[in-house]
Write a protein that binds this ligand. Structure first.
Ligand SMILES: [Zn+2]
Length: 305
């Protein structure tokens, strides 16, 4: 039984797959199970999650954390803002708990990413870690002393839905409507489609973000200019985060975090925008990448609990 206390189950509920792991105290994945996410109905998603957890439990009663797209709306505890739309409006946490007969913890995937990197990843030696997601969307999470910072609105870390600052809008006349209903949110500029759109608006072809980065690395001038602007926009927006909460580390995740130029230029650009002469905050790529969803979900429980 004592050995079981050192193990936690983490589940990452994604749009296409559900991944479940058993995580050891040392941060190693002892078991891993993957299943496709049923797209047709909410009830099937709940059944699939519970089936996967039972498979990992093997009759034990390990603690369970679940990472989801979207967030749990307070105070109703129903899922909101999820791009897996069949989840929205449903009390996923309560339904899983009822089927399993045990309490589970649930957080959005950006928060799980930040936890994973803060516990066992790039930020494992840091007291405070801000995880920045730049991918299909933008998101984030803030971990202090190993614990997620959460608030009454459950939106801590949602830097992507502030307005992009005017000084980094470039020559483009921005008028981008965000899915949240606001205009020119940071997400509309810094997500993958945002970079793609900036390049196209400057006269370039409709290319994926990774392709623009590849062209820039190979000396293509329009692509390089577009990527430099992107890095400047990223630096300005991350500087706002640093000025507010002063984390020891900013760790990037999401599809665009693989762009190497980010790590070459953003730290220097940050120094221009952050309110200090000697910037000590470190900027890092992630250690675990896509694996962080399930790992971070397991870290929603501490070993001492
Ligand atoms: Zn928005």
């Amino acid at each position: 039984m004592d050995q079981d206390r050192q193990l936690r189950i983490g589940v990452d509920l994604g749009g296409t797959k559900i991944e479940g792991i058993v995580l050891t105290a040392a941060g190693e994945v002892a078991e891993l199970v993957r299943r496709p996410t049923p797209s047709s109905s909410y009830d099937k998603v709940v059944a699939e999650i519970c089936g996967l957890i039972r498979e990992l439990q093997k009759g034990r009663r390990l603690k369970v954390g679940i990472g989801t797209p979207g967030a749990l709306a307070a105070p109703s505890e129903t899922i909101k803002n999820s791009n897996s739309t069949c989840l929205n409006g449903h009390p996923l946490k309560r339904d899983v708990e009822q089927q399993l007969g045990q309490a589970v913890r649930m957080e959005n995937d950006a928060n799980c990413f930040a936890l994973s990197e803060a516990h066992y990843g790039a930020g494992r030696d840091c007291r405070s870690v801000f995880g920045v997601i730049i991918g299909t969307g933008t998101g984030g999470g803030f971990v202090v002393d190993g614990k997620l910072h959460t608030g009454p609105n459950r939106i801590a870390g949602e830097w992507g839905h502030n307005c992009i600052p005017a000084n980094v809008r470039g020559s483009i006349d921005l008028d981008r409507k965000c899915y949240c209903g606001r205009l020119n949110c940071i997400e509309t500029v810094l997500c993958g489609n945002g970079l793609r759109r900036t390049f196209a608006e400057a006269g370039g072809a409709e290319l994926e973000a990774a392709e623009i980065a590849r062209l820039a690395a190979n000396g293509d001038e329009p692509a390089a200019a577009c990527l430099t602007l992107y890095c400047r926009q990223l630096a300005q927006c991350v500087a706002t985060i640093i000025n507010m909460i002063d984390p020891e580390m900013v760790v990037f995740g999401g599809g665009l975090c693989n762009i190497e130029q980010i790590y070459q230029v953003v730290p220097t650009m940050l120094a221009e925008y952050v309110f200090t002469d000697n910037l000590l905050t470190r900027v890092s790529p992630p250690r675990f990448g896509d694996a962080s969803g399930a790992r971070g979900a397991a870290c929603l429980w501490s070993l001492e609990e």
